[in-house]
Ligand binder design. Structure first.
Ligand code: ATP
Ligand code: MG
Length: 342
């Protein structure tokens, strides 16, 4: 496989990433992966396999995180992220990110961190309460270090990440005001589907909520999962009028069926009554097969040579570390902590 390209100072940068807690799912595809694929030629794109962040709630199971680094990398290649245009970086192998995190922790307050709505929800979902691990509680700060270490201008993310980008922007401004304006203030980029609902109708498909359809799921698995999907609970008989709003089957058709007119006709029919769930779901299975078959094939192809994928990650991580080290040198200089430089 080709080596990642050299540093391209003339291009703006993207940094985004995923927690290797499980393989990637349909939410990642429409929330972030498709934007990355589209923009990878235009921006110097860094993609972080955020294993340190994954460890904040999986510290008791590091083997899970390790195994999913390869799974997520396979998903990247499968959806068309091209290692000639983007750089895959394993977070734990870039200690400069941890170093930045330590300095940034002084620039935020505990009361401010407590207000982060995404972290609040996650603490609740995970049942942490007051016993939330400190590392988990401060992960928005380490995410600010991820983004700024690579000097990212743009961060394509799902909407659960907006508070993290805002937190990053605040840290950048605080840092600039106190020391020197060496950090880049990033912008979030939301897609048309910034929060794909789960198969169970919950507001967000999540790896850790057991409500995901994974990009690598087999055709049988896709069928089984779609047929078991939540729909309108009031739509008991096919003849009953049904609700399209809040019905994830139709949200997925909006997201994945390129034939807009057909989707509109199905919605009208469902609302009127006379269209059964099994029929709409069968159609969704066909649509998803169309989307996922090429992804599944490319994934299987890449999985045949795990060694080559790891080599790509190694080369990407080396390049990522060079960029982060440059940022760290500027940060040390801005703070007057560059004691031994010439
Ligand atoms: P976990 O449950 O482990 O947190 P996750 O499914 O939330 O996993 P992340 O790795 O945390 O996935 O998120 C990676 C990126 O994908 C983020 O930018 C996030 O906003 C986006 N994303 C995750 N789930 C969805 C979704 N359902 N819809 C749109 N974007 C999503
Ligand atoms: Mg998440």
């Amino acid at each position: 496989m080709t080596q990642p390209h050299a540093i391209q100072p003339e291009k703006k940068r993207i940094l985004t990433g995923d927690r290797p807690t499980a393989p990637l799912h349909l939410g990642h595809l429409v929330g972030s992966l498709q934007s990355r694929v589209r923009l990878q030629h235009e921006y110097d794109t860094f993609i972080l396999l955020a294993d340190v962040q994954a460890m904040t709630d999986n510290f008791a199971d590091p083997a899970r995180v390790r195994a999913n680094v390869l799974e997520v990398a396979l998903d990247y290649l499968a959806v068309g992220l091209d290692p000639r245009h983007c750089t895959f970086v394993i977070q734990s192998q870039v200690p400069e990110i941890a170093e930045l995190t330590v300095f940034y922790l002084n620039l935020v307050t505990v009361s401010h961190l407590r207000q982060n709505p995404t972290v609040k929800t996650e603490i609740q979902q995970k049942g942490f309460g007051e016993a939330v691990p400190a590392g988990f509680f401060v992960y928005p700060v380490s995410q600010a270090a991820d983004i700024t270490a690579f000097g990212a201008h743009l961060v394509p993310v799902g909407d659960d990440q907006l508070p993290m980008i805002e937190q990053t922007r605040e840290i950048v401004r605080r840092f600039g005001g106190l020391y020197a304006p060496v950090l880049t203030e990033p912008q979030a980029l939301l897609s048309a589907f910034p929060r794909l609902p789960g198969l169970d109708g919950q507001t967000k498909m999540s790896k850790s909520q057991g409500n995901a359809l994974f990009l690598g799921d087999s055709a049988d698995e896709v069928k089984r999962k779609v047929m078991g999907m939540y729909t309108d609970p009031g739509h008991l008989r096919a003849s009953d009028p049904g609700r399209v709003e809040g019905n994830p089957v139709f949200t997925y058709l909006d997201a994945f069926d390129p034939d807009r007119e057909r989707v509109q006709a199905l919605k009208d029919h469902y609302r009127r009554g006379g269209l059964g769930d099994v029929k709409v779901k069968s159609h969704l299975v066909d649509v998803l097969d169309g989307v996922l078959t090429p992804i599944r094939e490319r994934r299987a192809e890449a999985a045949r040579d795990a060694g080559a994928v790891m080599a790509l990650l190694e080369a990407g991580t080396r390049r990522g570390r060079e960029v982060a080290a440059q940022t760290m040198a500027q940060v040390r200089q801005a703070m007057g902590l560059d004691y031994f430089s010439a």
